[in-house]
Design a protein around this ligand. Structure first.
Ligand code: AP5
Length: 220
């Protein structure tokens, strides 16, 4: 299955994509994670992206499109993937259409994570992830069962993102509204849009998403 997760920062896209990769083996392709890895490695792309990401703005379409094009051409993406954080502009969506057509492939669905913006700052300010397995946690909403120990892999090392602060969240939300929300009508017209109520608990969102994916599978 080839899916897109769309939603504002903190809406829970990454939480669900990581879970689905672990439970259903659908590869998560997160452009945010790819860019953070590039920044950490000090590569040319990382150097260009660092200050843009820290300001909460969008990295250029040219960089992002090339990154995704290279990634989805790899053999492990043949069976399917979840695009988490891509596309984020109409230009990226159009480039994705061309890439998939060239591969004689298509999208199976686009899932919007619908949230009330008031919850997002709390979700983002409290977020941290396991350094080893990438499992996501939250100080307020989803702490590990044993303080300081990852529920999944037992690691005691965690990390927080440089762009997870109140000022940057505002810019990220503005970018979402101005540049990413126009994708909703774009995909609605193609008959691909579905949505989950991402205000619910992680468990309830998981259930709603799993039943949407079953519908997608049935009609694939
Ligand atoms: P990216 O890494 O994609 O960040 P984002 O889109 O801002 O999304 P987040 O990762 O913040 O949120 P999420 O929806 O995944 O939430 P999560 O599941 O973690 O992008 C970062 C930057 O990279 C961008 O600002 C831009 O600069 C650049 N970039 C990336 N892609 C780009 C592109 N295509 N084009 C241009 N630039 C690009 O959940 C958040 C927290 O809430 C967690 O703590 C979690 O435990 C908790 N939580 C999740 N779900 C629930 C729930 N249902 N109930 C309670 N708590 C929950």
């Amino acid at each position: 299955m080839k899916l897109i997760f769309i939603g504002p920062p903190g809406s829970g896209k990454g939480t669900q994509a990581v879970r689905l990769e672990r439970e259903a083996g659908i590869i998560q392709l997160s452009t945010g994670d790819m860019l953070r890895a590039a920044v950490a490695s000090g590569s040319a792309i990382g150097q260009q992206a660092k200050s843009i990401m820290e300001a909460g703005e969008l990295v250029s379409d040219a960089i992002i499109v090339q990154m995704i094009q290279d990634r989805i051409a790899q053999p492990d993406c043949k069976k399917g993937f979840i695009l988490d954080g891509f596309p984020r502009t109409i230009a990226q969506a159009e480039a994705l259409d061309v890439m998939l057509t060239d591969q004689d492939s298509h999208l199976d669905g686009v899932i919007e994570f619908q949230v009330d913006e008031t919850i997002l700052v709390k979700r983002i300010a409290g977020r941290f992830t396991c350094k080893q397995c990438g499992e996501g946690y939250n100080d307020f909403l989803k702490p590990p069962a044993v303080d300081g120990v990852c529920d999944i892999c037992g690691s005691t090392e965690f990390k927080r993102r440089a762009d997870d602060n109140t000022e940057t969240v505002k810019t990220r939300l503005d970018a979402y509204r101005a540049q990413t929300e126009p994708l909703l009508p774009y995909y609605r017209e193609k008959g691909l849009m579905m949505s989950v109520d991402a205000m619910n608990s992680i468990e309830l969102v998981s259930k709603e998403l799993d039943s949407l994916l079953l519908q997608c599978q049935a009609s694939a």
